[in-house]
Design a protein around this ligand. Structure first.
Ligand SMILES: Cc1cc2nc3c(=O)[nH]c(=O)nc-3n(C[C@H](O)[C@H](O)[C@H](O)COP(=O)(O)O)c2cc1C
Length: 335
């Protein structure tokens, strides 16, 4: 039996549960020579803010044991240039595209979303997410044109922006209010991305669900710091940054375990996934889908191996649907 890999996020059908994580794959077209993005379920773009941002000064990346620390600081071209220069290429993608939205104030989030809604009117046409790879793509002529935006991932959790991310991602009341305001402005799927840098991530997830989110993704990076003993300076110009990669996987899996038991909406798991075995831990913990981030820097094709490995594992287990994987988790005591 061939396993059914598809799933729904809000009204959107994803062909399979593997996506590329925000900030690790640009806006899609930059790396398409390296990865068959169209075979994946979704691409989560680099964050877009209202104004262009150069990001933080260098050095803004440093390698750590089993991971990396970054303080990119949401460098991006801003909404106007995004619409002019990035959206046309995103319309060509055959996987679902979630635009990652960030801002320093509630108004900024709302304005970025409104500008995207205006630039990419919602046709209501079913997206052809994760369709045939480009090599074997069906001709586009006659097909409904894609808008380039199938959904939004709301980044409430970037730890690098002084006046934005962390405060939003840590206050349940504010998250619920902002999610509701965004919900009022779009019928597209809204995914709220959660930070692990909080005391109770389940409470934050519940707030996003109460505000009308269609899904939550967890986790964003963890706050970390590296000090260079030679110079006695922090390795990053911003002193602290966001830790990602295999080092954070157990934290991400635990967050998905807690969050998936606290909300009814789908949970998208990420943090340190580069092999199918990593992704399966997230799916067993209760995630319905996963994203691959830092792993792509080591092996650009690893998201495809993750997808193939999940399908092979399901087949070996005789599993029909991805959402059945969560039910296989045994209790810790074995009883
Ligand atoms: C260089 C870099 C840039 C990132 N930029 C963003 C971003 O713009 N928006 C966002 O929501 N997350 C961003 N992230 C966080 C990732 O999407 C992901 O949540 C995190 O890295 C954990 O997954 P991983 O261990 O698979 O990389 C970024 C991560 C890295 C390493």
């Amino acid at each position: 039996m061939r396993p059914e890999l598809g799933l729904r996020i809000g009204e959107l059908e994803l062909a399979n549960p593997v996506g590329l994580a925000s900030g690790t794959f640009g806006y899609g077209s930059e790396y398409e020579e390296l990865v068959e993005v169209d075979r994946l379920g979704a691409l989560f773009t680099k964050a877009v803010t209202l104004e262009p941002r150069e990001g933080n000064p260098p050095p803004r990346i440093v390698e750590t044991p089993s991971g990396m620390l970054n303080s990119i600081g949401l460098a991006n071209p801003g909404i106007e240039a995004f619409v002019a220069r990035k959206l046309p290429a995103l319309r060509e993608m055959r996987c679902a595209v979630f635009v990652n939205v960030a801002g320093a104030s509630e108004d900024e989030y709302l304005e970025v979303l409104e500008r995207l809604e205006a630039a990419a009117p919602h046709s209501g046409a079913a997206p052809r997410s994760g369709a045939t790879p480009r090599s074997g793509a069906t001709p586009r002529s006659g097909a409904t044109p894609r808008s380039g935006v199938d959904g939004y991932e709301i980044n409430l959790s970037c730890p690098n922006v002084r006046h934005g991310g962390l405060a939003f991602g840590t206050d349940p009341a504010q998250i619920e209010r902002l999610t509701r305001a965004l919900r009022d402005r779009t019928s597209r799927p809204l995914v709220v991305k959660l930070t692990p840098n909080v005391t109770d991530i389940a409470e934050i997830a519940r707030a996003a669900e109460a505000g009308g989110a269609d899904a939550v993704s967890c986790v964003n990076t963890l706050v970390g710091m590296v000090i260079d003993l030679g110079t006695r300076r922090p390795a990053l110009a911003t002193a602290t940054g966001g830790l990602s990669g295999p080092a954070i996987r157990p934290v991400g899996v635990a967050c998905c375990y807690k969050v998936s038991r606290a909300v009814r909406i789908p949970v998208i798991g990420l943090g340190g996934i580069s092999r199918a075995e990593d992704a399966l831990q997230y799916l067993l913990a209760g995630a319905r889908a996963v994203q691959v981030g830092t792993g792509t820097f080591v092996d650009p094709g690893c998201a495809i191996s993750v997808l193939e490995g999940i399908a092979a594992w399901m087949e070996a287990q005789g599993l029909g649907r991805v959402e059945d994987i969560g039910g296989l988790l045994e209790s810790p005591s074995g009883r």
